[in-house]
Design a protein around this ligand. Structure first.
Ligand code: 1JT
Length: 255
């Protein structure tokens, strides 16, 4: 029960395969009071079903690209929970064509869209939620190796993840004095609904498992357990970090 007495907000559950779902399940297992958000009416019913299954405390709407929705989320959280101890940002978006065409062809709109949804949203969420963490807390985001290495097709998302990781470090620096820790978990590739948008994903997962030191793919449950560690008091000394949960893949050169 590493999270007993803690309240956690998880943004970015879309379905049962979401990394945010695995994190939510692990948080409940460890005794946290869980609050989930959904992006739009289209996802509401799905997230409410998952919430019931997870025995979440609350489900609230929040499209992170809309400042007024972040404001009302905070007002509602004040009423429902009073404070938040952990907040997980598991949100990213890019246009499908930007994950298959050459990076050189990335449009201005596609570039800015990926930045807004996948990187700036962490800044907006941190600013909204920090006042709800009076005694400190843990803010986490999900990233991927494509931020610092060229991974075929990851393209505009890689640039957005680089921006996300740098944002995480600046936030960690500024929020440290409030005992709010900000970290990123860099997960190995996982077959989520988002990832299915990627050309040749299955081929990539096979190559990954072949070359990773642990000789297998990344399980969302092990990403979730690292998230539990960061949210818990065990993670109290860790801020501004990118923690790789990737079966060791990122250490490899030519294998
Ligand atoms: C998005 C998508 C963000 C897929 C993502 C993502 N972060 C990781 N993945 C999985 C992935 C994607 C690619 C890849 C390796 C892993 C899709 C929708 C938009 C946001 O490179 C080969 C492209």
């Amino acid at each position: 029960m590493l999270l007993s007495g803690k309240t956690a907000l998880v943004l970015g559950i879309a379905n049962r395969w979401s990394i945010a779902y695995a994190i939510s399940a692990a948080y409940v297992r460890e005794g946290a009071k869980l609050i989930l958000t959904y992006q739009s009416e289209r996802q509401k019913a799905t997230v409410e079903d998952l919430s019931a299954e997870l025995k979440a405390f609350k489900v609230l709407p929040c499209d992170v690209t809309k400042p007024e929705e972040l404001d009302s989320l905070v007002s509602q959280l004040r009423i429902d929970a009073g404070r938040i101890d952990a907040c997980v940002h598991s949100i990213a978006f890019a246009n499908r064509e930007d994950l298959s065409r050459p990076f050189l062809e990335t449009s201005r709109d596609g570039f800015l869209l990926a930045q807004e949804v996948s990187a700036y949203s962490l800044v907006a969420v941190a600013r909204a939620i920090a006042p709800l963490m009076p005694d400190g807390g843990s803010i986490q985001t999900l990233t991927y190796l494509g931020s610092t290495r060229v991974v075929t097709n990851y393209n505009v998302m890689g640039v957005a993840k680089a921006s996300l990781e740098a944002s995480m470090r600046y936030l960690a620096s500024e929020l440290g004095s409030k005992n709010i820790r900000v970290n990123a978990i860099s997960a190995g590739p996982i077959k989520t609904a988002s990832a299915r948008a990627v050309k040749d994903l299955t081929k990539m997962l096979d190559a990954f498992a072949e070359h990773a030191p642990l000789r297998r793919n990344t399980d969302p449950a092990e990403v979730a357990d690292t998230s539990v560690f960061l949210a818990s008091d065990l993670g109290r000394g860790v801020t501004g970090n990118v923690i790789f949960v990737d079966a060791g893949f990122q250490i490899m050169g030519l294998a």
